[in-house]
Design a protein around this ligand. Sequence first.
Ligand code: NAD
Length: 492
Amino acid sequence: MPNNGQLTNFINNQWTPAREAEYAPIFNPATGERLADVPLSSASDVAAVIEAAEAAFPAWRRTPPEERIQFLFKFKHLLEEHFDEIARITTTENGKTLTEARAELRRGIENVEVACGIPTLMQGYNLEDVARGVDEFMIRQPLGVVAAITPFNFPAMIPLWFLPYAIACGNTFILKPSERVPLTMRRVFELLAETGLPPGVANLVNGDKRAVDVLLEHRAVRAISFVGSTAVSRYIYSRGAEFGKRVQCQGGAKNHAVVLPDADLETATQIIGDSAFGCAGQRCLAVSVAVTVGDARKDFRDSIAAMANSLQVGSGLDEAVQMGPVISPQSRARVESLIEKGVGEGARVLLDGRAAKIPAYADGYFIKPTILDDVSPDGELSRTEIFGPVLSLVHADTVDEAIDILSRNAYGNAASIFTNSGAAARRFRYEAPAGNIGINIGIAAPMAYFPFSGWKDSFLGVLHGQGRDAVEFYTEKKVVVERWLKEWSRKF
Ligand code: NAD
């Protein structure tokens, strides 16, 4: 980073100052300390990035897949070598604990590993003699320039849902990271450059909506991957489609965990607590509503309140801390106002984390774990993505009623059940209207070789991130029907 604290864009393997950008400050959420200034790149800055990616494409797509993945092997080793350094950057700019930052980087690296299988994953299929002497092939080819627009809550992992597959498939790639957490990817791109990846293959442009709009509208960008809130995902999906692009949009979430009376209470409490309060509730897979069924109500309520109350809140850089701050003062104010709304709707505050004071971090953006009981299943708290450390407790008399509560929710990112009954679990797996299902699992995060699914308002598109879906998304199918006449072969 230059001495003036102004970040730059990564174009053609060069860190390049934005030409006409305004700058926005970024802060450490635990301390309020200003970390750097991020450029909100102008249209001409973004156009320069796209041109670099476009110019690099012809040579990169001709580079054999086996050679392309050698850069990813080197990349993986560099990420491992700098593992803790990257995790510390993530904690500093995002606020999550070091343990959480390490975990997300681990999940990101998994995607680099899976993309190293591209020589196999990218294969097509064929059939001889579709008619006499006629053969047919399906081959996959890269699209060209592709771009990803990513959110603040997983600065390391989410860009890596896309980058490794995109370039392994032979595309050239542009990342527009969240302007609230640009430092993690800055370091990761420095490491990527050390692999010797040819200039223009992977680029990074900082910015906000203005930069995104250029990516959406530019003729050379063939595909857009987006992860963020549902409102923005709707905009990106429709705008991208208008400009003829292939688009996948992973949106917001409101995840439920159903607790049956036969669940192991201690395990369910620990896992649901980790899910609801980990990353200060700023995970798209966080459990936000626990639906207790029948007799599970009282025991679960008491045990989750005790667990949440025991969590140590503070700076994520302190290894003893179990929960960090939320991303910004605006986010804290929004979460606190949603709690207030819930109370207005009749919810009972079991644990109140508002106006949290962490003596050593008076300027941080902290909310302590909060639990609301007797929340109305159709009220604002049950409908709205809170994205903070707030767990709502809803009660149902039967499993049918619990599944019905889930079904009425607009989102469908994840849903979990806690039970010892195979039959109840099977029924839940079959009927729960969400793309990632957890059975006695609180954060149903798919491994890199499975798609990161998501339904309803949590996803727009067909092909998801990660694994085989990513390879489908980043390639175009070409079918070749071929005939060679016997007379011609006799000549040779
Ligand atoms: P966000 O929608 O505010 O921003 C995401 C990205 O979009 C950023 O890069 C931002 O610069 C850009 N952006 C913001 N407003 C825009 C606009 N009007 N036009 C064009 N681009 C715009 O999301 P966030 O606050 O950074 O992240 C939190 C959200 O992301 C939550 O809703 C969370 O559920 C969701 N999320 C979803 C998943 C998933 O897999 N479904 C994963 C992680 C996060």
